[in-house]
Design a protein around this ligand. Structure first.
Ligand code: ADP
Ligand code: MG
Length: 595
């Protein structure tokens, strides 16, 4: 994957993903021109025999019989051409979108969080959609522009060299004019995309901050800003459209003038004024009509290309925006590692781990060394900014330490460095429950099967029971098939958290990572979540970030982090003992006080 690839090269390379369909589209387009020639022959023959030769009806039979099927065939071929082109575009877009999503997954949540979500979704949806016109219409049309005029020329040249010459001379005028108009179009289109991105970011920010804005009574000003942004967007859109219309008007004009020129020539020939440009057989009605019927088809591909010209500018602008993600060098290990499937509880050894965020001067974790025993529950506490979340990011393999190693052992095998395990294999062994549980729009079963696509209904029910959700399940009208999320049944914060826990049970992962699993829950929900947690922690290695005293009771040991370093690591009793770092905390407190 060349890093200095131009958008045009990228578009070219990507075209191969839908090549089958675009080839079919070009074939259909070519065939429809051949069918048109049959039509032209029929019509010209009928006219010649009826008007000039005065032949009887029986000699018209063949062209008359041929004409209706030719009309139908041409209609079908034109339709097939559009459909095949569209199909190719869809296939390419699906493939690009898939690659993009995979890329975003590899770049990881840490990267995604740094992007504005409006920009990211704009890329995945709108920018990828912007490729459709290019692949569905523009590219097949490009090829047809080379094929169809040559076919027409080949048919016209043996009949009249002057007519062929007129076509040949006027043809290039069209692309020349198109290029002149098109130069400005690309720049405009790029501006347009930038503006669209800016507008959606602005709108999303406004939406997210709506309650704050209302409280401070500045929502009016924001509304005005949204209005200004959309007004400027409208003006740009009109400018792009104006250019597009202008270019197709120019094309129509040149095509009409060229056809008029041809008609003029034939007229003068019939009047006997012109006596050149033909061969010995002269130009009869058949030849003239045949040429005139075909002439518009000669210019048609170029005219259509003009209509789709903006699709090219649009696709190039989109490619330019997508390429940085698609071609971004990511931290990739060679994926030839042997598959890894742990057989027993995981022991994690952190050896002098130092991790730093890009652009940060001081590391977020500094030489952290400790061992998390198999099936141990380790609670991690520390003030905000101590490095707790960073530790989880490193454990999830989303963040790569700049020094030190993380070794993993499952008891049976000698320990392996995390860098020697395929990220997929590793992440498969992890269950994660954070402060915000994701509920996707779909049924309860869909939501659970995210963790294990092949789980039977019975297994789903068992997981719900483990997560203390079986009473809730009994209340649901459609059981596992009840729709949740948007347009479905509302899910409370506590229920969402327990659905996330049920997923952790389903996943049956060896390593469970919990980030404040009881944050912002009411007491009843908290109790249910705690129950489920104590079941989940059994027989698994667990790392639990928390502020809550109650949760510390679940832990075998407590790690105190401070400014990225280990401050203490011991059992809760030892930390609480007189003289210990948590000595001043009392049992009745709910929040850990940091000293
Ligand atoms: P905690 O979870 O204990 O509150 P974090 O691990 O989130 O702490 O943060 C540790 C340090 O790393 C802090 O100084 C924080 O400012 C910094 N940090 C956290 N996330 C990022 C990030 N995405 N980019 C840059 N710095 C970060
Ligand atoms: Mg944090």
């Amino acid at each position: 994957m060349a890093s200095n690839e131009t958008p045009r090269q990228w578009l070219q390379r990507t075209a191969s993903r839908g090549a089958r369909w675009s080839r079919l589209s070009v074939i259909a387009g070519t065939l429809s021109t051949l069918v048109l020639m049959v039509q032209a022959w029929c019509i010209a023959t009928i006219a010649q025999r009826m008007v000039i030769d005065g032949a009887d009806f029986s000699s018209l039979l063949i062209p008359l019989l041929l004409l209706p099927p030719a009309f139908i065939a041409r209609g079908l071929l034109v339709r097939a051409r559009t459909l095949c082109g569209a199909r190719g575009g869809i296939e390419i877009r699906q493939s690009v979108r898939k690659e993009l999503l995979e890329r975003i997954a590899v770049l990881g949540p840490l990267w995604a969080r740094r992007q504005h979500s409006a920009t990211l979704s704009n890329r995945v949806w709108d920018q990828v959609d912007a490729l459709q016109g290019f692949y569905a219409d523009y590219r097949p049309q490009m090829l047809l522009c080379a094929i169809i005029p040559i076919i027409i020329l080949a048919a016209v040249a043996p009949l009249s060299w002057a007519a062929a010459l007129i076509l040949l001379a006027t043809g290039p005028l069209i692309p020349m004019n198109m290029a002149m108009v098109g130069i400005g179009a690309k720049k405009r289109q790029e501006d347009q995309f930038l503006e669209m991105g800016r507008m959606s970011r602005h709108f999303l920010d406004t939406l997210q901050g709506l309650s704050t804005l209302k409280l401070f009574d500045i929502s009016k000003r924001q509304a005005n800003e949204v209005h200004t942004a959309s007004e400027s967007f409208r003006r740009r859109t009109m400018r792009v459209l104006r250019l597009a219309f202008l270019s197709s008007t120019v094309l129509e004009f040149f095509a009409s003038v060229s056809i008029a020129l041809l008609a003029l020539y034939l007229g003068f020939v019939y009047l006997g004024q012109f006596n050149f440009g033909m061969y010995d057989h002269g130009i009869n009605l058949f030849i003239g009509l045949f040429i005139l019927i075909l002439a518009p088809e000669f210019y048609q591909p170029l005219r259509e290309l003009g209509v789709h010209y903006h699709a090219k500018a649009e696709a190039e602008a989109a490619a330019e925006d997508l390429m940085p993600i698609l071609n971004r060098r990511v931290f990739e290990r060679d994926n030839d590692q042997p598959p890894w499937q742990p057989r027993a509880g995981l022991t994690l050894s952190l050896e002098g781990l130092t991790a730093r965020y890009a652009g940060r001067e001081s590391p977020a974790l500094t030489e952290v060394s400790l061992t998390i025993q198999a099936n141990e529950t380790l609670a991690v506490i520390g003030p905000s900014g101590a490095g707790k979340s960073t530790l989880l990011n490193v454990l999830m393999d989303f963040m790569h330490p700049e020094a030190g190693t993380l070794r993993v052992s499952d008891g049976d095998h000698p320990s392996r460095a995390l860098t020697d395990i395929r990220p997929d294999d590793w992440q498969h062994q992890i269950a994660w429950v954070g402060q915000s549980a994701v509920i996707v729009s779909g049924t309860l079963a869909d939501n659970l099967r995210l963790a294990n696509a092949h789980a039977s209904d019975q297994i789903l029910k068992e997981a719900l029971e483990q997560a203390a959700l079986h009473h809730w399940l009994a209340e649901l009208p459609d059981g596992l098939e009840t729709r949740l999320g948007e347009g479905g049944r509302a899910v409370s914060g506590g229920q969402a958290r327990r659905i996330a826990l049920a997923r952790a049970f389903l996943r049956d992962a060896r390593l469970v990572l919990l980030d404040e699993p009881t944050a912002s829950l009411d007491q009843e929900s908290e109790r249910l979540v705690m129950d489920a947690l104590s079941r989940l922690c059994k027989g698994r290695t667990v790392v639990l970030l928390t502020h809550r005293m109650e949760l510390l009771a679940l832990a075998d040991r407590v790690l105190m982090l401070s400014q990225g370093s280990v401050q203490a690591l011991d059992t809760l009793e030892a930390l609480r003992a007189p003289g210990g770092p948590l000595a001043r905390s009392t049992k009745s407190e709910t929040e850990v006080r940091h000293v």
